[in-house]
Design a protein around this ligand. Sequence first.
Ligand SMILES: [Zn+2]
Length: 489
Amino acid sequence: MNHRSMRPRLGAVVLLCAAFAAVAAGVAGVAGVAGAAPGARASPGDDGWVRFRDTYRELVETNTTLSAGDCTLAAQRMAARLRAAGLPEADMRVFVPEGHPKEGGLLAVLHGTDPQAKAILMLAHVDVVEARREDWTRDPFTLVEEDGYFYGRGTSDMKAQAAIWVDNLVRYHEQGFKPRRSIKLALTCGEETNAALNGAGWLATHERAAIDAAFAITEGVGGDLDEHGERVALEVLAAEKVSQHYTFEVTNPGGHSSRPVPDNAIYHLVRALDRLSRYEFPVQLDDANRGYFLGMSKIKGGEVGAAMAAIVANPGDGAALAVLDRDPSWHAMLRTTCVATQLSAGHAPNALPQRARANVNCRIFPGVSIEQIRAQLVKIVDDPAVSVIVPEVRGPIAQPAPLTPQIMDPIRQVAHQLWPGVPVITTLEPGASDAQFMNPAGIPTYGLDGIFVDPDYGHIHGLNERVRVRSVREGREFLYRLVKIYANQ
Ligand SMILES: [Zn+2]
């Protein structure tokens, strides 16, 4: 996913550095440890970091790119770790979609005690964006620990969280933890490449019962660090926009260019696009972006902070909007956007055009339908000569997952334990993750990992992807405690 690359950068806000003794205790000095065997039990006084690190290493070092990788192998290796920890064979299954031998995944479950209680689903994609050795400083498929960072493709997006999910199940099982709800695990393939089979989508259609859950947690956003490595805020992804293409098309009988007429396909199209360029969709607020702007207003302060608070109080506040719209990310968080991305027109340099066409890419605000936006585009274009067509629909649109106290309270509780004083804020993302497949399937899906990232977002999808060792350590503790609380709700 590419959420983080689109995020507004947080300013240099120095908060009190939270004490982290509880998590760091007993697990110091593990850098460079080759790793424990898959079946090794956590020794007394050790929270299993060495073993976790080895799970993470194995996952990063299993190439899962679409071109040369193998998600099925990664799934088998993770299953072996569950097996080694004693999880019954009947409670895990490597699945392989027909015709996609290397795009498999893993399903596993720790059974709950209350058959009436719906499960919680820990969801992660294990595929990664392509990475070429010659472009990278270090081998992208070797987990390198250097200067307080883990380097490697997928270290941040999202093999840390995937390894944490496997590690959670191992730890819970070993401890004899008997949760009220079942705790399910799904590792999938195909999130990073639009053309690939999407594993989460495949599960939602073919294995709906196996992944049935009250809600799911997957990647989305984590915590924000400033340039000094200080924690600024912990973010919870609550809603994503939907990407939809529209085609503007004008056809015309054409003719010889020596005898032009006013009715010209290119001119119709250009006027339509000009009207679109000057149009702004109305501001919309939901729990996600309202929470974001309220939370950020206190962190930002000043003119920007005041504008954030003002827009939440009154979405029609033009002066506040003018301030926020200067930032393309905030502009996009506040409304649906539509922009021309491709043009084609005419068939000869000396002929009047018979056809003119533009692709318009819209990022639709959560809960708004594709047809509503099409109808609005027809109004904006205001020219019957211009057809507004939906070329293809990628998937159904669902309402965003609701931010209930049952979801938010445990997040705040654990965040307060680990990072006292660091605010928790909800957010809406212009990008998209596997939540786009889970929400329409009736499984509300939240994006959070508790892993704090630098202002460069760890170069996800880019060269030399990395994540702070401290952040992975903390994220592991955060997700371990959080899922335990949810599982007993
Ligand atoms: Zn991702």
